[in-house]
Design a protein around this ligand. Structure first.
Ligand code: UT7
Length: 334
């Protein structure tokens, strides 16, 4: 007869305890990019809402930016690094294939050999990480989880590509997820549409790169209009589902923090969801560009800093991108 195993037991609920972010120092205005792609500041602002973005310096590595954002999140959460049981890093631009950058970050932060791994869900990565973290806390495999979204997309962006050069940017955001007496992270609505796998991707895999006469970095390529249509309409439905599953009516929502992909997508989603005018909407993309997995924590942290979000607010997060992968949940702002 097999032995009866003791079941895992966690906290009844999970919530965000603290959030932090890191923006690279160098500001890159549209004017710096337009010549190489025969574009204009006016076109970029009109089509995307982006005025400027940040590009990381060689010293602002994925690890460095992650550690800076994480220290801020830990301090605000009042959690010591040694209390972190797991570090989850969402990124597609840590260019060392293995080991996971999460392990180096966990070590540099001074965790007590926390479990650490990277996840690849592109722009949807941060919300995937929050969902995993909430389940770990509730399931008993971790008490405190550090979730990081970080990108150096400037490394994998072709600055001569008219379809992507003006969109992507660099930065990091982090959140501490921990136990709670009340639900602070609602049910996730997530999925993927692999039929549209090719809409956003790196152009080649490493074997193709090495087989080429003149190897170049595998850059991101995107069929922008198709992604735009998918995001604007399908994601609004996903957002409404996340609200419904959390038992939150649109007029009970304080903040909407979508992935910062394009200001027009944000506006289209808000319209399609019929969000009341009282809902404060994250618009960090104007100064930060599209930082993929980092965009939601960067945007939420800025809303907190500028008073557009307050502790205890109810916020809807929606992340979407390559895969096409997506994830949405309602959270209580820490
Ligand atoms: O983060 C992951 C998810 N990513 C996204 O959600 C991004 C979604 N897609 C987008 O944000 C938009 O599709 C872009 C901003 C990338 C492109 O905007 P668009 O309105 O879809 O442009 P388009 O490719 O349909 O091109 C429209 C026009 C064309 O000219 P005509 O044929 O109308 O005369 C293009 O030649 O704009 C022209 N165009 C440009 N003009 C100046 C295309 N790219 C540029 C450019 N500068 N960079």
């Amino acid at each position: 007869m097999s032995a009866a195993l003791r079941p895992p037991s966690g906290s009844p609920h999970a919530r965000l305890w603290g959030i932090g972010s890191y923006r690279p120092a160098r500001v890159v205005a549209n004017a710096e990019l337009v010549e190489a792609i025969d574009s204009s500041d006016e076109w970029i602002q009109q089509r995307t809402g982006i005025r400027e973005r940040r590009f990381a310096s060689p010293e602002e590595t994925v690890q460095m930016m992650s550690v800076a954002a994480s220290r801020q999140a830990l301090e605000r959460a009042g959690v010591d690094a040694r209390q972190i049981d797991c570090v989850v890093v969402a990124t597609v631009s840590h260019l060392l294939q293995t080991p996971a950058v999460a392990t180096a970050i966990a070590h540099e932060l001074g965790t007590d050999q926390a479990a650490a791994f990277d996840i690849s869900a592109a722009c949807a990565g941060f919300c995937h990480g929050i969902s995993l973290a909430a389940d770990m806390v509730r399931g008993g495999s971790a008490r405190h989880v550090l979730v990081i979204g970080v990108e150096r997309l400037s490394d994998i962006t072709d600055l001569t590509d008219r379809g992507t050069a003006f969109i992507f940017a660099d930065g990091a955001g982090a959140a501490v997820v921990g136990p709670s007496d009340e639900p602070g992270i609602g049910p996730v609505v997530w999925g993927s549409d692999g039929e549209q796998f090719d809409l956003i991707r790196t152009r080649e895999d490493w074997r193709d790169v090495l087989a080429a006469d003149a190897p170049v970095m595998p850059h991101l390529v995107m069929q922008g209009s198709a992604v735009f249509r998918w995001a604007s309409f399908t994601m609004a439905k996903v957002g409404l589902q996340a609200l419904d599953r959390a038992g939150v009516a649109p007029d009970q929502l304080d903040c909407f923090v979508p992935h910062q992909a394009n200001m027009r997508i944000t506006d289209a989603m808000a319209r399609a969801m019929k969000l009341p005018e009282t809902v404060r909407i994250a618009r960090d993309i104007a100064e930060q560009g599209n930082t993929s997995a980092a965009s939601i924590p960067l945007a939420l942290d800025r809303m907190l800093a500028e008073g557009d979000a307050r502790s205890g607010d109810t916020a809807l997060l929606i992340a979407f991108g390559a895969g096409l992968a997506y994830a949405a949940q309602v959270v209580t702002v820490p």
